[in-house]
Write a protein that binds this ligand. Structure first.
Ligand code: SF4
Length: 325
């Protein structure tokens, strides 16, 4: 019987699903994922998590709850570091323990530590350990890791060419990057679980696209470009997502093709408050692009978000008109 691995559609799902899925399928498992976030998932997340958690973590609890009866194992890696000499938010590190503590009736949990702090190639051993729990054939595991790495490279190239991660992988993903020359382009910056989860962000990307706006996000900026821009900071940013967000923001602020910037943050998120401040200061100093900061939690109302987006888009429109005069 094929073993089913459940992968919650939350936290770093949007960044690493190509690697995870290819790997598990390569060792002969079937991958099942939770559906898109909805009200029921949020309600379960709120019930199971602590009040102090940020919204993405609360939502992640809901995804585990909705997946637990459909899989033999739930994959909740203990994410420590996904980039050499950098860390990921400590909430990721403790998430598997919080889930074990609060979610009843779990199947097996695969919570192997993913820690690339010392060097990138440590990832091989960590996935080899995961594979050994499910598959007895070391050659098959090694091949699955190799294929997953290749799939991840293809995915990264597609995203860096301008596709959104949630569109760059899986059936129906477009073959080519959209032509962005005709309309205004707005950069949306934030953690992937805030930007690509349309329930969390109250359909922000869809609202922008429906208004005829092209959208680029943090993930579309190549690593080299991000590093070039953060090298101007006095101090190294040691949180991977924060570094990427700040580097992408500085890049977009200097890009003539970008007509405005939206920064999406989670309420009560320490890293977001710092990166948000860095981005806002630079945006104020550069001063020529409309800037909107949105902070999300479970109480965020649709009406407030819609009004602010509309006001932002008016500013984008006025800026473009005055640039044409
Ligand atoms: S970085 Fe912020 S939003 Fe992300 S998990 Fe940590 S506290 Fe939550």
């Amino acid at each position: 019987m094929t073993i089913k691995i459940g992968i919650p559609r939350s936290l770093l799902f949007y960044n690493f699903i190509p690697f995870w899925k290819t790997f598990f399928e390569g060792i002969g498992a079937e991958v099942v994922t939770s559906g898109r976030t909805n009200k029921a998932i949020l309600q379960d997340g709120l019930r199971l998590s602590v009040d102090e958690a940020c919204l993405p973590v609360k939502v992640a609890f809901g995804h585990v709850e909705h997946l637990k009866d459909r899989a033999d194992y739930i994959f909740i890696p203990r994410l420590v570091s996904v980039f050499p000499r950098e860390y990921i938010c400590p909430k990721f590190l403790g998430f598997p323990d919080m889930v074990r503590q609060n979610v009843r009736g779990l199947p097996g949990v695969i919570d192997t530590s993913i820690n690339m702090y010392r060097r990138e190639r440590d990832l091989y051993g960590q996935f080899f350990e995961i594979g050994s729990r499910i598959c007895g054939n070391p050659f098959k595991i090694a091949l699955a890791i190799k294929k997953a790495g290749e799939e991840m490279k293809r995915f990264t190239a597609r995203v860096e060419s301008g596709l959104r991660p949630d569109r760059a992988y899986g059936p129906g993903s477009p073959e080519e990057t959209p032509d962005r020359r005709k309309n205004a382009t707005v950069a949306v910056l934030g953690h992937p679980y805030n930007i690509y989860d349309s329930f969390i962000n109250i359909s922000l990307l869809k609202r922008l696209e429906d208004a005829g706006i092209n959208v680029l996000t943090t993930d579309n900026v190549p690593e080299k470009e991000v590093n070039y821009y953060v090298s101007s900071l006095n101090k190294k940013l040691f949180w991977t997502l924060g570094r990427r967000m700040v580097g992408a923001a500085y890049h977009f602020l200097e890009s003539p093709g970008i007509s405005g910037i939206i920064h999406v943050a989670s309420f009560a998120c320490g890293p977001d408050s710092m990166t948000g401040e860095l981005i806002e200061r630079r945006a104020r100093r550069t001063g020529d692009k409309p800037y909107l900061s949105l902070t999300l939690d479970e109480h965020t109302g649709e009406a407030g978000i819609v009004t602010r987006i509309e006001a932002f888009l008016d500013m984008v429109g006025m800026n473009r008109q005055s640039a044409r005069c």
